[in-house]
Design a protein around this ligand. Structure first.
Ligand SMILES: [Zn+2]
Length: 58
């Protein structure tokens, strides 16, 4: 019961602190890739990041 009461607040906080969505698994993340996906793709890390930087224009 307490869980369902507090869940909306947790979602709001998650939205505030993790506005991005991971492009790998679509979970919320503080960057375009969550840490799990980032660590899981060492071979593609450099090319992925440069792709994203281009896509996000930064
Ligand atoms: Zn991910």
């Amino acid at each position: 019961m307490a869980d369902s009461f507090y869940k909306p607040y947790a979602d709001v906080l998650t939205e505030l602190f993790y506005p991005q969505r991971c492009v790998g698994c679509e979970r919320r993340a503080s960057d375009v890739l969550c840490r799990g996906c980032f660590e899981a793709l060492p071979a593609y890390r450099a090319s992925l990041l440069s792709e994203m930087r281009r896509a996000y224009g930064s």
